[in-house]
Design a protein around this ligand. Structure first.
Ligand code: ADP
Ligand code: AMP
Length: 221
C-alpha cells in the first residue's frame, strides 16, 4: 500500500506509523527523521535544513522533494510505503503525484489524524524521542519508558527535540494550518482522504486506522 499520513505536529503520526508500517509490512518514511539524521551526520543537506527546522518553518521544496524522492526510490519502498510528514504543502503533493505517475503507481489512501489543538500541545510538551528513530517515541506522562531517558526498544538515548519548545510549536501549528492543511482538500478532490480521531490510547488509534484503511489486521504480517 502507498499511504500518506497527515495531521498537525504532535498528532501521533510517528507513533502510529511505527505500528501501521509493521502491520502492513511497508517502510515508514519520515522526512523529519531524514532531516534529523542528516543533521546528526553533519551533511550539507542537514546544515541547510537546520535553521528552517529550528524556526518551525518548512525546509524549502527544492531540498525536501529530492530527499524524499531518493528515499522512495530505494528497493524497500518498491511495493509501498507510509509517508509521515511528506507532503507538507500542495507543491510537494503535486511533485509526489508526478513521481508516482512516472512509476505507473498511485496512492491508496491519505490518513488524516484529527486531534484538538490543546491535546496536541500537551503531547508535544511531554514528547521524548529516541536518538535512533522518531518511531521510538514516548511521552513523559502518557507513554513513559520503563527507565527514564532510555528507549525500551533499542536502549537509545531519549531527548527532547529542539523544535518542541513552546514558541516553535506555536509557529509549527501556524505553518500546519496555512501550508499543510490545504493538501487535505487537494487529496479530497482525488477521493483519497480518510479522517479518524487520534484521541484515545495508542492501540485504539491504530485499530481505528486499520479499520479506516480497510485492512484486515489478522491477514497482515
Ligand atoms: P507526530 O509524529 O504527529 O508529530 P508523535 O507520534 O511524535 O507525533 O506523538 C507526539 C507525542 O504524543 C509523543 O510524545 C507520543 O508519545 C504522544 N502520543 C502519541 N499518540 C498518543 C496517544 N494516542 N495518546 C497519548 N499520547 C500519544
Ligand atoms: P517532523 O519530524 O515531521 O515534525 O518535522 C520536523 C521539521 O522538519 C518540520 O518542522 C520542518 O521544518 C521539517 N520538515 C519535515 N518534513 C518536511 C517537509 N515535507 N517539507 C518541509 N519541511 C519538512
Amino acid at each position: 500500500m502507498r499511504i500518506v499520513l497527515v495531521g498537525p505536529p504532535g498528532a501521533g503520526k510517528g507513533t502510529q506509523a511505527a505500528f501501521l508500517a509493521k502491520n502492513l509490512s511497508i517502510p515508514h518514511i519520515s522526512t523529519g527523521d531524514l532531516f534529523r539524521a542528516n543533521i546528526s551526520q553533519g551533511t550539507e543537506l542537514g546544515k541547510r535544513a537546520k535553521s528552517y527546522m529550528d524556526a518551525g518553518n518548512l525546509v524549502p521544496d527544492e531540498v525536501t522533494i529530492g530527499m524524499a524522492r531518493d528515499r522512495m526510490a530505494q528497493a524497500d519502498a518498491e511495493g509501498g510505503f507510509l509517508l509521515d510528514g511528506f507532503p507538507r504543502n500542495v507543491g510537494q503533493a503535486e511533485a509526489l503525484d508526478g513521481m508516482l505517475r512516472g512509476e505507473g503507481v498511485a496512492l491508496d489512501a491519505v490518513l488524516d489524524l484529527e486531534v484538538p489543538e490543546d491535546e496536541v500541545v500537551k503531547r508535544i510538551a511531554g514528547r521524548r524521542v529516541c536518538r535512533n528513530s522518531s518511531a521510538h517515541v514516548y511521552h513523559v506522562v502518557y507513554t513513559p519508558p520503563k527507565a527514564e531517558g532510555v528507549c525500551d526498544e533499542c536502549g537509545g538515548e531519549l531527548y527532547q527535540r529542539d523544535d518542541d519548545s513552546e514558541e516553535t510549536v506555536r509557529k509549527r501549528l501556524e505553518v500546519y494550518h496555512t501550508q499543510t492543511e490545504p493538501i487535505i482538500d487537494y487529496y479530497k478532490a482525488q477521493g483519497l482522504v480518510v479522517t479518524i480521531s487520534a484521541l484515545g490510547k495508542v492501540a485504539e488509534v491504530t485499530a481505528r486506522a486499520m479499520e479506516a484503511l480497510q485492512v484486515d489486521e489478522a491477514a497482515q504480517g
